[in-house]
Design a protein around this ligand. Structure first.
Ligand code: NDP
Length: 297
């Protein structure tokens, strides 16, 4: 039986719609407009594209969008001073510093300078600790998007076997924490994992966050399992040009899986939608208002 295709583009549009509705209510009932500040240092072309689309979608859901573009040679102290200004600006509820930063900057120090309550990327060490101990945190956007899609598809995840391939701080580890929070039995696999196909074969849920094109094959997948493909890999097409593929070999996996996210159009669009959801959550928390329903971990 062919797998259900989990349409991240449509899901993300739905999430943005929910965010927009709740933003409109915040404005009408409480005269509060959530604000997101995005800081870009340097001219990395991919980062410029991300920042542009983040700004556009922030405005589309009715939030205030502020962009700070700094020269690649900006001293780290100037960036830290800007973050302090944004930390104390009451009209800004979310701060995102686009990574990667230039080599002369210490990414950990910069991220940890953001007020944890405004850290909508969920990378601040306080949020990492809160998530790891099952407390209310700001949750990294990509894993949050994966969790939302899984909950939407499965309802309860309790008791399911989940294998997360990848142990990065931005995807693999927080994903594993979220799945554990939803009572999955979680295995984290990585480059030193022995017999990876066998490990993956026992999973009801496979999250691939590796960065290796089409590495996960259909005969690794338990029939009926759900495959969440986080990978974004650009490969050469035989006829020339390039295209995006995930970490899962889509055709062979879709032939066995119960459900699978495509690349593009799966997890990717959920990341910005969850950034907006996190900004709304941060705004509600800052104002002592109830958190938006269905948009948090
Ligand atoms: P990292 O490079 O930080 O981490 C990759 C992980 O994969 C590491 O833990 C590594 O193991 C593991 N790995 C590498 N090779 C193998 C292998 N052969 N077998 C098993 N595990 C392996 O990547 P990220 O987590 O940042 O990103 C992963 C992918 O997700 C990338 O394609 C990235 O572009 C994409 N991505 C997509 C996003 C979206 O919005 N959809 C957002 C963020 C990322 P080890 O630790 O042992 O080296």
């Amino acid at each position: 039986m062919a797998a259900t295709i989990l349409d991240g583009k449509a899901f993300a549009a739905r999430v943005r719609g929910q965010v927009a509705e709740q933003v409109a209510q915040l404005k009408e009932v409480h005269a509060i407009t959530p604000g997101l500040a995005v800081v870009l240092v340097g001219e990395d072309p991919a980062s410029q594209v991300y920042v542009r689309s983040k700004g556009k979608m922030t405005v589309e859901v009715g939030m205030k969008s502020v962009e700070h573009k700094l020269d690649a040679a900006t001293p780290e102290a100037d960036l830290l001073a800007l973050i302090q200004d944004l930390n104390s600006d009451d009209s800004i509820h979310g701060i995102l510093v686009q990574l990667p930063l230039p080599d002369h900057m210490n990414e950990d120090m910069v991220i940890n300078a953001i007020a944890p309550a405004k850290d909508v990327d969920g990378f601040h060490i306080s949020n990492v600790g809160l998530l790891g101990t099952g407390q209310k945190a700001m949750v990294p956007c990509t894993p949050l998007g994966c969790l939302m899609m899984l909950r939407d598809h499965h309802g309860s995840l309790s008791g399911l076997d989940a294998v997360v391939i990848g142990r990065s701080n931005i995807v693999g580890k927080p994903m594993a924490q979220l799945l554990l929070g939803d009572s999955c039995t979680v295995t984290i696999a990585h480059s030193r994992t022995k017999d990876l196909p066998d490990v993956v074969r026992r999973a009801d849920i496979v999250v691939a966050a590796v960065g290796r094109p089409r590495m996960v094959l259909g005969d690794w997948i338990k029939p009926g399992a759900t495959v969440i493909d986080v990978g974004i890999n650009r490969i050469e097409k035989p006829e020339g040009g390039t295209r995006l593929v995930g970490d899962a070999d889509f055709d062979s996996c879709a032939a066995v899986a119960g459900a699978i996210t495509p690349v593009p159009g799966g997890v990717g669009p959920m990341t910005i939608a969850c950034l907006l959801a996190n900004t709304l959550t941060a705004c509600c928390r800052a104002n002592g208002l109830p958190e938006p329903t269905g948009l948090t971990a």
